[in-house]
Design a binder for this molecule. Structure first.
Ligand SMILES: Nc1nc2c([nH]c(=O)n2[C@H]2C[C@H](O)[C@@H](COP(=O)(O)OP(=O)(O)OP(=O)(O)O)O2)c(=O)[nH]1
Length: 144
């Protein structure tokens, strides 16, 4: 039986996502630029994993392409799967505390450092991460 990319039983697309976190707990979000599905929605930086690429290599490549930052280390944090009308995605989410360079808007996207996240609309699959990040900040002694 053949499937299309919009079929609910199609394999999910792997996406590497990086949450850049400053020592004070602020995290970086970007706004999807015009021309992409769900343009205008806010998300954490990242993108699709290419064939043969590890999730961590995809993360490093995407953050360099989108923001011009070099990830020095990152810790796998959680996974989320979500079915959109345009795609079925599986997000592999990392927390990054060490990077080189200042984030720049290399794809014309707006971006914002946020403590308690106030930008909207957020991509639906990013919404649960906000609460989990608040819990993480509490666990490590930072105010949510
Ligand atoms: N980067 C990112 N993607 C997310 C998040 N939440 C979420 O549902 N997604 C989805 C949206 C997209 O369907 C998919 C990411 O694909 P994309 O199209 O942005 O990836 P890409 O940068 O490789 O894009 P392209 O080169 O194909 O244009 O993951 C998130 O927090 N960050």
């Amino acid at each position: 039986m053949s499937t299309t990319s919009n079929s609910p039983i199609a394999s999910p697309v792997n996406v590497a996502v990086g949450i850049l976190m400053k020592p004070n707990g602020d995290v970086l979000l970007g706004q999807r630029p015009a021309g992409k599905p769900m343009a205008g929605y806010w998300e954490f930086p990242g993108g699709k994993v290419e064939p043969g690429e590890s999730f961590f290599d995809a993360l490093k490549r995407e953050l360099l392409e989108e923001l011009g930052v070099e990830i020095a280390s990152a810790e796998p944090w959680c996974g989320i799967e979500h079915q959109y009308a345009h795609a079925h995605v599986r997000l592999h989410i990392y927390i990054c505390r060490e990077w080189r360079g200042e984030p720049q808007s290399l794809e014309g996207q707006a971006f914002a450092w946020q403590g308690s996240v106030g930008v909207e609309p957020l991509l639906p699959a990013a919404i649960p991460m906000i609460e989990w990040l608040d819990e993480l900040r509490s666990e490590i002694g930072l105010a949510a």
